[in-house]
Ligand binder design. Sequence first.
Ligand SMILES: *Cc1c(COP(=O)(O)O)cnc(C)c1O
Length: 230
Amino acid sequence: MNIAENLKRIRSRIQNACLKVNRSEEDVTLIAVTKTMDANAVKLAVENGIAHIGENRVQEAERKINQLGNIASWHLIGHLQTNKVKKAAQLFDIIHSVDSLHLAREISSRAIQFNKVMDCLIEVKTSGEESKFGVAPEKATELIKQISILPGVRVKGLMTIGAFLPDPEDVRPCFKMLKTLNEEIASKGIEGVEMKYLSMGMTNDFEVAIEEGANMIRVGRAIFGERNYG
Ligand SMILES: *Cc1c(COP(=O)(O)O)cnc(C)c1O
């Protein structure tokens, strides 16, 4: 595995996907997903131009963040349990996986304790019953309205995990749905809400996600190789 080579290849794939739909590659933030990888791998990615790191688990991230500090912007992309919110609020710069008012309230009150306002994305379930987490698309607007009045969180957009299907073309409808929903919510002009980020696309499907408007893609295996959960 060669992180530098892999990143070069991914950047050119991002460039090609952008070209195809007339977008600027600068609009697409590449989040390197480092779950199961050690601090050294994170460091290598940063040395090769990565400015955004995605982690799934609060405790695993804590070790790396304590070791590396703010060498990058830290994104929590995995499901967040209430009992981990305090740590998450302290450690992360943005949380992609907010899918309930209860969780948002907890994040808000913890963030305030750290003198922060936490940037949050609302995780939407775009793949039917397949995924356990995420708010149903038809409930997203109402949830965002409720969250928008919380003082310690700032809604910044939407996130989804597309259906786990081998052909990325089959995931396209998930991404289309998220983009449409994002525009719908943006058009409502909810105070304090900025529907700026669309976090969608992973190793298997990031090109299709970019074609459908992703401006944050979360890529792990294509950068670091297959994960070993041992
Ligand atoms: C693991 C993970 C990714 C990255 O997946 P790859 O297939 O390794 O690119 C992206 N988003 C979330 C939420 C993840 O859990």
